[in-house]
Structure formats: C-alpha cells, structure tokens
Design a protein around this ligand. Structure first.
Ligand SMILES: Nc1ncnc2c1ncn2[C@@H]1O[C@H](COP(=O)(O)OP(=O)(O)OP(=O)(O)O)[C@@H](O)[C@H]1O
Length: 954
C-alpha cells in the first residue's frame, strides 16, 4: 500500500520532525493507493532531494545517491523499509517483532549519528521517516570501500595502515568518550573519502554504554567479534570495538583476517583462543600493537588509550591521534532545558525525568569527586593539548611514549585513565548525550547564524529552538535500560545483521551511583512523524555481505530449527531494487533495474583446492616503486577531511576544535617506516609470491605480477610523455564526463560509453591506485580489454557512463539442486560455465551453509542445503530471524556452536552486481580502473575483481 493511502498519525498536516528541522509537506500530494510509483524525491528539513542510483545495499536496505534540488549537493540516502516483506516466511508475530526491532535500531542509529561530529565518521545530514521507510541522509563518501581498496592494493604498507589506523582510533575514541560503542566495526563499514581519509559508517548496532554497567547484546560480524561475545559474556562496550579494531588493523597490514576456518566451530575456537599468526614481514611494533588488541581477556586487552599511544601508532607523528572532542567543562546546575529537550529522542524518558536524573548524577558524590580529581590533575599539567585528547595526564604520555619497551610490555589498564573517571568523558550516557546535544545545538545555531557567538554559557540565555524529537508510535514501552527493547527481536532486516543472544540490560547509572532509581525511559527515539509519501516499499536486495559472513552452523546445531528456517526462509530470488527510478520524473537518472530482475540463476564458479581461499585472496600482488609513487599521498599529515572539518569548525567559531597547534598529525618525518622498506618489500614480495604459489593461482601469475611491478615503471617512463600529450587532450573532455553518479543525461546507460576519454571520470585519489589497477594504455584499449575479460569470465555487462555495470549471475537454479548438495561447503567447487574457460574457483566457504565437520569431498558441487539461507557469517540476534539462540534455546554455553546461524540468501549473495569504472588519475598520466560492489557476496566479489585484474594485465 502506498503511503498516501495509509492513514497515519499526524498525516500530512502535522510537521514532520527531523533532527535537522521540519520537513516540507509536499509529500502528502504523492500519488495514491495502489500506485507502483516509487519515491523519487525526499522533502526534508534540509531541502528537496532527488533520488538517484543505488550505490550500495546492506541488510537494512539499500543506499541511493541523492542530489539536492537547490545547489546540487549530493548525499547518500540509506533507505530502510519499515515493514518486512518476507511474506510467507515468517509468522505475523515474528514479522512484527522483527519490524519493531528494525525500527528501534534505525531510530537509534539516527539518534546517535545525528549528534556526532567527527571528520572520520560519516555525518548524517537529515533523516525522514515515512509510513513505510526511513530515509537517512548521509554525507556521500565517494572514494569507495576500504574492502575495495584492499582488493585493489592488497595489504597496505604499515605507513599507510597507520594513517588509516590513526583515523579509526580517533573516531572510536571520540565515540567511546561520548559513551557510544559502535559494535559493528569491520572492514566493510569503513569507507574512503575522495581525499583518501576514512569515514566510518553504519551505526545500526551502536549503543550507549556505561562504564559501570554491562551490555550483553551479541552483535557484529563473526570475524570481527571479540571472544567474550562468542562466550555470551557481558561486556562494557569499548573493549569489543578495540578487538574489532585489532582485526581491522590486521586485515590492513596482512591482507587477510587473522582467524579463519571453514569450520564454524573451529573458527569460534580460534577466535576464543586468540592465537594469531603474524607474517614475518610485519614490524615488531605493529605485531605488538595487534597482539595487544587481540587479547582474549577483555580486561587485559589494550584500551583505546593504549592503542592510540602505542609507539606504532605514534611513529612519525608527534603524538597520539587527535580525537576531536570539543573542550568540555564538568556540568553544573542548573541544566539547560533546551538541551534536555533535545535528549528526548534518546530513550531516557520525559524531560522531567531526564532533568531529575541528570541532576542527581551531577550532584552525586561520585561525579563531584571526579570533578575535583580532574581539576587537581589539570592544575598540575599543561591543559590544552591533553584535554583536547580527553586524556588527563601529560606525564602519562611521556611515560608511555618515552619507552617503547614499556609500552610494549605493560598491560592496558596500568597507568591509563579509565573511562568513567573523567566527568566530561563517558562518565555516564546521560551526561555524554547532554554534551552531544548541546554541541549539536550549538553547531546548528552557528550554521544558521555564522556570526553568532559560541555556546551560551548559562542556561538562562534564550534557548535555541530545535525541532522536537517525538517518539515513534511503536516505541512507547520501556524500562530502565539504555538498550532499546528492540534488541530482543532481530529486526526484520532484509538480511538480519544484528546478532544477539540476549538483551542488554544496562541499569541506569544512577543505581550504581546511588543517586536514585533507574531511569524509566520510553522505548525508542522517534525522530520524525510519518509523512504521507507515496512509494513502493523498497524490496530487499542482497548486497554488502560481510567479509566474514559465509558460515553457519545452525543447521548442524538444531535440525528442527533448521527445518523451520528452511520453511520460513525466503525462496531464492533476486528482488528488483524497488526504489529505483522507474517512475522518476527526473530523466536525468540512470535506470538500472534490469540487472536486478534477472532470474535467480547462479553461474557456478569453479572451486578447487588449488584456488585462493577466503582471506588469502586478499593478499595482493607485490608492488614496486611505481605504486609507492602513486601512493605517496596517503601519508598526508593533515587530510582534507580534517581540513574540511576544521573549516567547518572555524566557520562555527569553535575555537576549541582540532585546529589547535600540535594536535594534528604532523607530516611524517620518521624514516623508520622507510628504513627497512626495501627489505620489507622484498620480504613481502617473496611472501606474496609464496602465497600465490601456495594457493595455486599459478606461477605465471606470480611471474606476471613480479614482472609487472618492475616493468610497469619502466614502461611508464617511456610512455609518460606520450601519455602526457594525451592527457592534455583528454583533460578538456573529462570535465564534461564526470557525472558518473546517476545524474547523467538520459538513461545513464550508454553504449560504448567508455570508448573514449570523454567518458572517463577523473578521480582525485592519488595514492589509491596500484600497479595492478593502473595503466598507461589508452582508454579505448582498456575498454576493449575489459570487455574481453568480462566475456571470457561470463560476466554480463552493460556499458554505462565511465565504465561497465556488471552482473555475474548463477546459471543453476539452486532450488533444483538443493537436495543434492553435499554437506561440505568449505571446499565448494562448482563448474563455471564460461565460454572457453573452465575454471576452478573456490568460493572459499562463501557457499558455506554448514560446518566443516561433516563435509564431503572437495570436488562436489557444494551449496547449502537450504538455498534460501544466508551465507553470511554474521552473528545472529537471539531474536533475529525469529531464532532465539543462546541461553534461551541452547544455553549460553553453547553459544559458540549455536548462535551463529545460517543466514543464507543464496539468490542475492551469489549474484554479483558490480561496476567497473575507467578513471583518470590526474597528473600521473595514467588511467586506472575502479571496482565497486553493488550487491553480492564479498568473497565472490573479491575473487571476481582479482580475476578481472589478473586477466586484464594492465
Ligand atoms: N555515506 C555513504 N556514502 C557512500 N556509500 C555509502 C554510504 N553509506 C553506505 N554506503 C554504501 O552502502 C552500503 C551499505 O550501507 P550500510 O552498511 O550503512 O547498510 P547496512 O544495511 O547497515 O549494511 P550491513 O548489512 O553491513 O549492516 C555500504 O557498504 C556502502 O557501500
């Protein structure tokens, strides 16, 4: 039913509330009932946005590009359907529960992210909730995913990894000091901006934490999940992010995940044991840091503070990364009622309750003694720099940083300030949110009136008018928990992502503080009232499978539930992207629906023991000087992101921003990274070659790669002049062809689109290319090569502006083979029906639907017994997918074996949708190719990208 025909509270006559303002009411005039029209515009408080092409998809929904009518600003819109469309597969109760869970998670993500202001966290611009959807408008991050980066480059040099690592640390520290834990940090949730800086996305599993309480929701992706999660232990919060960060760092520097196994139980066991294999090329410092992060005992694990101060992190920099926390003073009474008003979207209860409880916290002896202690500390140290980092002690840095030996041996807690001891940082969620709301209001105020003075110093000042954040109707039940009740049900996501074995039960801080009774909070934040938008519910689309999501033990753990799941699971099908622009009045958008409507046939790519498997596939070709040269932008000390952020801050007049001298990463001066570079390069190259040989991708590949890395530079020097001449010619043409975001005139699908330089999109990603992805060949040759390789690999493609829209689809209907599949998925081998190429390609477990213990022969066609199961290797909410797990059904003890469910979505995950763009690398006389995954399994995608690159021989 279209939204226009669904009577909703507040209908079109009531202003739509958003965190950023009030949306316009024009949506109420959208087409009426039964219309198949899909939304093409969004009216939000920030303006009118025209939806463009789909740029990503996850388990919550799809992400589309949108352009502002006024001014052309672009944003990424995460479109989250509010009603599950798993018709016939779930009982209505299950569906309701799932929808409710999804609702509160989305509301929480919106509520949290809208308050954050950090250069390395993807900012939310606006949010609109309609009858059927949430539209979350984020800043558009157009540099691709970190995953793509790793695929193109393989493992990173430590210096490059350090840059990213510092940015991740900065963002996490900022979150943690605001009482927010991300809980789903993984390589896929790290995007790269056009300036080469990271942006963390997807706070859908984030939550508030209290240093004095515990969470117990089991969520995240298995490969990145901390051992305590697998053991169903309660946790405070930051420590699980620290573990995930350790995994991410390992992936960055090693090009593979540290814990991997085809067998789910084995994988669980490996994670719990925490035995990590460190490649020999890794520096001792890097190894030490990762080993401090991947400590199975969370109490012994490095805190963010230790991580940020670790010698490896600080190498070449003047100190730990900046965390961009604004300067804060301890709270004093009276509280600002306007700020309190802004906290009502946060599940803390009414304004009266919030005021009462916050007052109690501020008056509590614990808070007051923390204030006194902090004041004492600050009085004996240089205040500004340390405070800006949120760290209390300068001598502490000196101590930790003065001796790498010290830092390498001491446990995390020793000598480090503990979260919760600083009245301005993570003392309690209530206090953190108070600061965040106040700072957000201040930013809004300064944006609206750039000349305005900074924060009002007293609550007596005239309050700033901010929009209300009313609760959604579905969310007015609650208890004294910071964890939304929606933690219980899993969430009706098209692909459940949040996995939990329990519900967090954080008792309100005041209990622990002895200042009063627990806060009674309403259920979930409501950011918006519904507005009558007419639209087709966005259908599910498979994409964004976690890098780790490919296993499941569920069917082996509980046959009954397995059967149940099979019955309930959606049939194998690929849904068209419902939100695409079939009816858009904006002719300027791309229409790319056909690829998603194709039948759910699977092209079975071959597997074989000789083929690369999972994480090993991440190991890249070796790189040479050429790559080094190309990559030199990565070590920039002050990123454009930071610069942008600073500019914003400066505009706002927030002098306490990150612009403080000395706090920003200085230019890299240390030669230590370079000193052993050649040795390490050699080692790395050798190791890579060994890897390549071991995994059987053929010696010729190794040779090719090695030759390429050396030969490419030579070739380039010869061809450089010619290319430069070409470049000048092309430059004028490029400008006109840069709109590769779906706003191109006409359909956006153009024959022979990249036949000439005219359609080549220049990218300013210097440093984000490697030998494997760049070439001095003319565009026309690259285009022909790509077409040749795509045909050779049986990839369907359509030429689009600047590149190719590709689909690699199954050629076998899994429904027909479902009963014949062997149990063993991990050595899945399938036959590729590609003309002239019978290849053996292993999905490396991506087809896994069961564990290894009962697997069959390697060469068998291996697909999950239940084709509709997801192959994700994510952890599943106890309530997710209507499967209770953990204590409720199997007992927490058995969590390791029972809580990770098969969540197959074969149809979606085996159909790869991706794009290849031929791009121009400015100044370097090169063209590069960029991959972008739109949907399908990560590993399959990774393999395909590697395969194409290899065959292209750029
Ligand atoms: N701000 C953005 N700019 C550009 N692309 C984005 C942005 N946000 C998301 N995407 C793309 O959309 C994909 C899905 O986004 P996101 O991870 O937020 O969705 P999700 O449904 O929560 O995913 P998951 O299944 O991992 O939980 C991302 O992997 C990315 O490719």
């Amino acid at each position: 039913m279209s939204e226009a025909t669904t009577p909703v509270a507040n209908g079109g006559s009531t202003p739509v509330h958003t965190p950023g303002g009030t949306a316009s009411q024009s949506d109420r005039h959208m087409p009426s009932s039964g219309s198949k029209q899909r939304r093409t515009t969004i009216n939000a408080s920030t303006g009118h946005w025209v939806l463009g092409k789909t740029i990503g998809a996850g388990s919550m929904g799809k992400v589309k590009l949108a352009k502002k009518l006024e001014g052309g600003e672009q944003v990424a819109v995460k479109i989250v359907p509010r009603q599950s469309t798993d018709d016939g597969h779930h009982s209505s109760r299950d569906r309701e529960r799932a929808d409710h869970s999804k609702e509160v998670r989305t509301a929480r993500e919106a509520a949290i992210v809208t308050l954050l202001d950090h250069p390395y966290i993807c900012a939310m611009r606006d949010v609109v909730r309609t009858n059927h959807h949430w539209y979350m408008l984020f800043e558009y991050v157009n540099g691709g995913q970190m995953l793509d980066y790793i695929i193109s480059h393989g493992r990173l040099k430590e210096k490059q990894a350090r840059k990213f690592g510092r940015q991740i640390a900065s963002a996490l520290d900022y979150c943690h000091r605001n009482s927010i834990v991300h809980r789903d940090l993984k390589i896929e949730n790290i995007l790269i901006s056009k300036t080469g800086d990271i942006k963390i996305i997807d706070f859908g599993l984030s939550n508030l934490f209290s240093p004095r309480n515990h969470l117990k929701t089991f969520c995240g992706s298995l490969y990145f999940a901390a051992p305590e999660l697998l053991q169903a232990r309660q946790y405070t919060g930051p420590e699980v992010d620290a573990w995930s960060f350790g995994i991410v760092l390992y992936v960055l520097v090693c090009g593979k995940v540290p814990f991997d196994d085809q067998s789910m139980p084995q994988l669980h066991a490996k994670i719990k044991k925490g035995l990590v294999d460190y490649p020999q090329w890794l520096s001792a410092e890097c190894k030490n840091l990762i080993s401090r992060m991947l400590v199975t005992d969370p109490r012994q694990r490095a805190s963010l503070h230790e991580i940020m101060n670790h010698p490896w992190m600080c190498k070449g920099f003047s100190g730990p990364p900046e965390n961009y926390l604004p300067r804060r003073e301890p709270l004093q009474l009276p509280l600002d009622p306007q700020v309190i008003q802004g906290m009502t979207g946060f599940d803390f209860g009414s304004t009266e309750l919030i005021t009462a409880h916050l007052t109690r916290v501020v008056e509590s002896e614990e808070y007051q003694s923390a204030v006194r202690a902090t004041a004492r500390e600050h009085s004996v140290q240089a205040p500004s720099a340390e405070k800006k980092r949120g760290f209390p002690g300068l001598d502490f840095y000196r101590r930790r940083n003065s001796s790498s030996k010290d830092a390498l041996t001491n446990p995390s807690a020793e000598g480090f300030p503990q979260l919760g001891s600083d009245p301005t940082n993570a003392f309690s969620p209530l206090i953190s949110v108070y600061y965040l709301v106040r700072e957000k209001q201040e930013r809004d105020r300064l944006e609206a009136n750039p000349g305005a003075a900074s924060l009002p110093k007293s609550p007596g000042e005239k309050p700033i008018k901010v929009p209300d954040l009313p609760m959604p109707e579905a969310a007015h039940t609650n208890d004294a928990s910071y964890e939304y009740p929606g933690e219980k049900p899993t969430g009706g996501r098209s692909r459940p992502r949040a996995r939990t074995h329990g519900e967090d039960e954080i008792t309100e801080d005041m209990n622990k503080l002895n200042v009063g009774s627990p806060v009674s909070v309403p259920q979930s934040p409501a950011l918006l009232s519904p507005t009558p938008l007419d639209e087709q519910p966005v259908k599910k689309e498979s994409a964004g499978l976690g890098i780790l999501r490919r296993f499941s033990t569920r069917r082996h753990r509980d046959p009954d539930r397995e059967k149940n799941q099979k019955q309930q699971a959606p049939t194998l099908s690929v849904h068209p992207p419902g939100g695409d622009l079939a009816t858009t009045p904006q002719k300027s958008f791309s229409v790319r629906r056909a690829r998603d409507r194709d039948p759910p046939l699977i092209t079975m790519i071959h597997g074989g023991s000789s083929q690369p498997q999972h994480s090993e596939l991440l190991t890249p070709p070796s790189t040479g000087d050429h790559r080094k040269r190309l990559s030199k932008g990565l070590g920039r000390s002050t990123s454009t992101s930071e610069a942008d952020w600073r500019k914003r801050q400066a505009r706002r007049g927030l002098s306490d921003g990150p612009q403080s001298a000395g706090l920003i990463d200085p230019p890299l001066t240390s030669g230590s990274d370079r000193s052993n570079a050649s040795v390490r390069r050699g080692l790395a190259a050798d190791t890579e070659m060994r890897d390549i040989e071991q995994r059987g991708t053929s010696n010729s590949r190794a040779t090719t790669l090695r030759t390429k890395s050396l030969g490419h530079a030579r070739r380039e020097s010869i061809q450089a002049r010619r290319a430069r001449r070409q470049e000048a010619k092309e430059a004028s043409l490029l400008e006109a062809a840069t709109d590769g975001e779906g706003y191109a005139a006409g359909s956006g699908e153009i024959g022979g689109a990249v036949a000439s330089a005219e359609n080549v999109k220049p990218v300013y990603l210097k440093g984000l290319f490697s030998v494997a992805t760049t070439s001095t060949k003319p565009v026309s040759v690259i285009r022909k090569d790509i077409i040749r390789v795509l045909k050779q690999l049986g990839v369907e493609y359509t030429e689009i502006r600047g590149g190719f829209s590709c689909k690699h689809k199954p050629s076998i209907d899994l429904n027909k083979v479902v009963d014949n599949v062997p149990q063993s998925p991990e050595m899945a081998t399938n036959t590729v029906h590609t003309p002239g190429h019978r290849r053996r390609i292993s999905f490396g477990g991506l087809m896994s639907g069961g564990d290894r213990d009962d697997h069959g022969a390697n060469e068998k066609l291996s697909t999950p017994k239940t084709p509709t199961r997801k192959m994700e290797n994510s952890l599943t909410n106890s309530d997710a997918s209507n499967d209770s797990v953990g204590a409720g059904h199997h007992g927490a003890r058995a969590l390791g074996d029972t809580t990770t469910h098969v969540q197959s979505e074969l149809g979606g995950s085996l159909i790869l949708n991706f794009e290849i763009f031929i791009v121009k690398v400015p100044l370097l006389s090169l063209h590069g190719i960029q991959f972008k995954r739109l949907g399908g399994n990560t590993w399959q995608y990774k393999y395909m990208a590697e395969k194409i690159l290899k065959e292209l021989r750029l």
